[in-house]
Write a protein that binds this ligand. Structure first.
Ligand code: GAP
Length: 489
């Protein structure tokens, strides 16, 4: 896949044309930072989430240490509510600290992120950066909290104020004791969660990359403090390998360790998994996932109250009377290790990924243009999405070559048989070449065609999206063959 805005425009156009992604509320002019996933997009997005859940949770073996892991570990899941007690966000630090600095222009009334003035555009013509027109009048940077506010119940006073969660992680921390006492897990173990998060981004941009509503796939992994370094290394490598296993193989993917200055005040180590999205300037990468070593910051915050770093130590932030500025729950979230008879607050390793960014990276990586011969042998340009079969929205398409001689009936039967297992598409309209190309653009790995020979010997053609090679296989063997070729479960 080539770099550049042209490529990005083509990908955006394809996503619209084939029903992957639409602008939210498009018929009313659209709303910035919100996106709808169309019929193909929703299938692919579900496949991304299913692959993550399956690989991280469902097939995880609690009894054996995976390659690179210091020991066996447990994995369980959670689905916490989006709106939580506002005290959660006060103790976690989001209420005070989850903000960006914004700058307003008094002349054109546009709003910019203070750290993006050099990459933002003033809405006025000719095109310039904010502050570069002679009459631009920018304010000093001001803090802007990114949490969306809402109210609970009929009263609209401050006591009814609540927030849409900006991350799923806190739902896991506040359920730590519930999970420990019900799931028969022992430290080390991880809790996985997929769900919507909301951030009132000042400048949503780059298509779905920075949205105001998006989905997180997060793991909070609880371990003993002395093992936390080894677990951090395990998770950063494991999560990087997950992306390569699903097709992000090129040099456009990288793992980047944060420098100590770049890390959040509670972090003992952070690495980003990054992808060179085509909308970024050559050589620049955008974050797909952050893997952080958070120490005991999160559980302690929900025990003691909001923590701040003072003289190198994390201490409870206090008001002028010496009381916690934002008290925690007061509940004991420490862990008693039966084997060693030791009590401690577990450390947390957090691999935190964005579903929408992962999907965008998979789409960008998959986009390709080549030329293939048509029915008369004349090369025709085609657009093909070389999506990993596990992520492809449609796994196979079934076509009767012509709409007669009993071919639609046989194709229909094959379609119905395969449909019990996979998302399969039936199409009998248009030339066979056009039907193939439509599926190539949709990323469908296999096409099955019922033709004259099928009537004689029960075989069909099985066409490979990437090579366009066609094999003759027995129709009765299709389920087994597709299972093997797709590597899907
Ligand atoms: N709990 C930690 C946390 O939320 P983060 O780096 O803010 O960390 C994790 O977010 C991931 O969520 C990012 O790597 C990115 O994939 C995704 N993400 C964050 N903000 C986003 C946004 N505005 N739009 C789309 N995805 C976003």
């Amino acid at each position: 896949m080539a770099n550049g805005s042209t490529t990005m425009e083509k990908i955006v156009a394809l996503c619209k044309r084939r029903g992957f992604i639409f602008q939210s509320s498009e018929i009313y002019g659209g709303i910035g930072g919100f996106w709808d996933y169309g019929p193909l997009g929703v299938e692919m997005k579900r496949n991304v989430k299913d692959a993550w859940w399956r690989d991280m949770v469902t097939v995880h073996d609690d009894t054996t240490a995976p390659a690179g892991a210091p020991s066996p570990y447990g994995m369980v899941g959670l689905d916490a509510s989006i709106i939580m007690d506002p005290q959660v966000w006060k103790a976690s630090g989001h209420y005070d600290l989850f903000h960006d600095l914004l700058v307003d222009c008094r002349t054109c009334k546009a709003r910019f992120r203070a750290d993006q003035l050099q990459t933002s555009e003033c809405p006025r013509k000719p095109s310039k950066h904010p502050g570069e027109h002679t009459d631009c009048d920018l304010t000093e940077p001001r803090e802007f909290n990114l949490m969306f506010k809402t109210t609970i119940g009929a009263l609209h006073d401050p006591s009814a104020e609540a927030y849409l969660r900006p991350e799923t992680a806190q739902g896991i921390f506040v359920n730590f004791k519930n999970i420990l006492s019900t799931a028969r897990v022992k430290v080390p173990f991880g809790v996985a969660q997929i769900g919507k998060s909301f951030r009132n981004e000042i400048t949503p941009r780059y298509y779905t990359f920075r949205s105001r509503e998006f989905e997180h796939m997060e793991i909070e992994f609880f371990c003993a403090p002395e093992e936390s370094g080894a677990w951090y290394t395990y998770w950063r490598d494991r999560r990087f390998a997950w992306y390569t296993s699903l097709g992000l193989k090129s040099d456009r993917l990288r793992l980047r360790d944060h420098s100590p200055e770049e890390r959040a005040h509670y972090s003992c180590g952070t690495a980003d998994i990054e992808y060179a999205f085509p909308f970024l300037p050559e050589g620049e990468f955008g974050e797909l996932e952050g893997v952080s070593h958070r120490g005991d910051f999160d559980l302690r915050s929900h025990m003691e109250g909001k923590l701040v770093r003072r003289d190198g130590d994390l201490v409870v932030d206090t008001d002028e009377n010496g009381r916690p500025r934002h008290p925690g729950s007061g509940k004991d979230l420490s862990y008693f290790d039966e084997a060693t008879k030791r009590k401690y607050i577990p450390n947390v390793i957090e691999p935190s990924a964005g579903v929408d960014r992962a999907m965008l990276a998979f789409l960008c990586e998959a986009y390709d243009e080549d030329a293939i011969p048509d029915e008369r042998g004349v090369p025709q340009e085609r657009v093909v999405l070389r999506i990993h079969p596990r992520l492809a929205p449609i796994k196979a398409a079934v076509f009767p070559l012509v709409r007669k001689d009993g071919m639609p009936e046989i194709a229909g039967e094959i379609y119905r048989t395969l449909k019990r297992r996979w998302n399969v598409f039936y199409d009998e309209k248009g030339s066979i070449g056009r039907r193939y190309r439509r599926q190539d653009e949709s990323g469908t790995p296999l096409c099955i065609t019922v033709d004259q020979q099928t009537l004689a010997d029960g075989t069909v053609t099985l066409r490979n999206r990437d090579t366009t090679r066609q094999d003759r296989v027995k129709a009765v063997d299709l389920t087994a063959i597709i299972e093997e070729r797709l590597m899907v479960l």
